[in-house]
Design a protein around this ligand. Structure first.
Ligand code: TYC
Length: 86
C-alpha cells in the first residue's frame, strides 16, 4: 500500500495577467491567504514560475484546469501546469 505519487501545480508568469487577478485566483482555488497568494504571485513574476502546491495527480490536474479556466473566462493568458514530483 504505497502512498500515491504526488504532482506539483506550477504557476507560470506572463506579461498580461494583472497581479491582483493572479492573487484572486490563488486565494479562490488554492485557499491561500492574501499574504501567501501575494508571495507566490511575486515569485512567479520574478522567477518565471512558482510551485503553488503538491497534491495527488487528479487533484493537481483539476486545480490547474479550474484555475486556468478562471483566467480564460476573463480573457487572460494565465497558465497553471502540473508535473510529477521527483
Ligand atoms: N507578470 C504579470 C504582470 O506584470 C503578473 C503576473 C504574475 C502574471 C505572476 C502571472 O504567474 C503570474 N502584470
Amino acid at each position: 500500500t504505497a502512498p500515491p505519487p504526488l504532482h506539483k501545480v506550477i504557476l507560470l508568469n506572463d506579461d498580461f495577467t494583472p497581479r491582483d487577478f493572479v492573487v484572486r485566483v490563488l486565494k479562490a482555488e488554492f485557499h491561500m491567504s492574501e499574504d501567501q497568494a501575494s508571495h507566490v504571485m511575486l515569485t512567479a513574476h520574478t522567477k518565471g514560475s512558482c510551485v503553488v502546491g503538491v497534491f495527488t495527480r487528479e487533484v493537481a490536474e483539476n486545480k490547474a484546469t479550474n484555475a486556468t479556466e478562471m483566467a480564460r473566462k476573463e480573457g487572460y493568458p494565465l497558465l497553471f501546469t502540473t508535473e510529477p514530483e521527483e
